[in-house]
Design a protein around this ligand. Structure first.
Ligand code: 8YV
Length: 315
């Protein structure tokens, strides 16, 4: 491996060993702001020199942080979602922003399907049933995926990867998106209300934007069938979690599989008590392989930036 580039990168937040290790391999000076005791003093002394920042979706970058770095030229983020970064303000200031699309599609789509299977086939209960020695009679019957309607909200790259898997499971795919996608054969449903009505499994794969906050609210949950499940691998903010809890309590829907929450990390919630809910800790992209690919893509973007080449995945 070649010597690291003579370049400085300021890293925001606590980042994984995989990510930090790669940054250290590629760039000569890495400052980890989270580990600097007097951040204000550090930013006063070094802020004017820093042109590159590495962050992640769970850490983000606020307008205030951008303002603390007057020479900033690039924000390279680890994650496909960028709702935690003030991208509009960065762009106004002429700062380029990159994310890590596509490399995580498979793992995120796998997680969507894993949650779908887990809620439908009661994987968690079945596992407990065997391990606790309760298998004295047959386990209650569960719900099949095949021939069921999989309604996908958000037919981007992740939505498509989910659709392929759901198709392979024998499901019928319908979707709603801001615009109809010409290159996919799945049935387009013009409104979210109608999608919610028809879906046996409503899978959320849309970005979190100003327009999508609480897009799944009491009104939409009301439209869902009592036998339907909600699966969310997108962002917690797209679901009104209080309304979801109510609808689960009242058995207005059959259950939910959630990888993301309105507040993360989520350490207490009425959802924890619910048998018909399967929860995972926002770990859809969290495999060795995918996190390495994400870290590599952040570094590639930064290398291109320092070499004055076009960025690989600019926003
Ligand atoms: C996170 C994600 O990036 O890519 C995204 O948008 O939500 C995840 O892959 C990861 O948890 C690091 O913040």
């Amino acid at each position: 491996m070649a010597n690291p580039l003579e370049a400085t990168v300021l890293v925001l937040g606590e980042q994984s060993e995989i990510f930090l290790g790669l940054l250290k391999k590629h760039f000569s000076t890495i400052y980890q702001l989270a580990h600097i005791e007097n951040k204000e003093e550090f930013l006063k002394d070094n802020g004017a020199e820093i042109i590159a920042v590495a962050t992640s979706n769970n850490v983000g970058m606020s307008k205030e942080m951008i303002d603390a770095l007057p020479k900033l030229q690039i924000i390279a983020s680890f994650g496909v979602g960028y709702d935690s970064i003030d991208v509009d303000y960065a762009k106004q200031r002429g700062i380029q922003v990159t994310n890590t699309p596509n490399v995580l599609n498979d793992c995120v789509a796998d997680t969507a399907m894993m949650l779908t299977y887990a809620v439908a086939r009661q994987l968690i209960q079945a596992n407990t049933y065997v391990k606790k020695g309760q298998w004295t009679s047959s386990f209650p019957l569960t719900t099949s995926l095949s021939k069921k309607v999989c309604g996908i909200l958000g037919m981007g790259n992740i939505g498509e990867a989910i659709a392929k898997r759901a198709e392979a499971a024998g499901m019928e795919i319908i979707y709603h998106n801001r615009t109809q996608k010409n290159h996919v054969d799945y049935q387009y449903i013009a409104t979210l209300e109608e999608l919610a009505k028809q879906a046996d499994f409503l899978i959320l794969a849309l970005p979190s934007t100003g327009e999508t906050q609480h897009i799944i609210n009491a009104n939409i949950l009301d439209k869902m069938k009592p036998s339907a499940y909600l699966i969310n691998i997108a962002r917690g903010s797209v679901v009104d979690e209080k309304a979801l809890v109510e609808s689960l309590k009242n058995r207005q829907i059959a259950g939910a599989g959630l990888d993301v929450f309105e507040t993360e990390p989520c350490t207490e919630s009425p959802l924890f008590e619910m048998e018909n809910v399967v929860l995972t800790p926002h770990y859809a992209s969290g495999t060795h392989e995918t996190r390495l690919a994400m870290a590599e893509l952040v570094c590639e973007n930064l290398i291109h930036f320092f070499n004055k080449e076009p960025l690989v995945t600019p926003l």
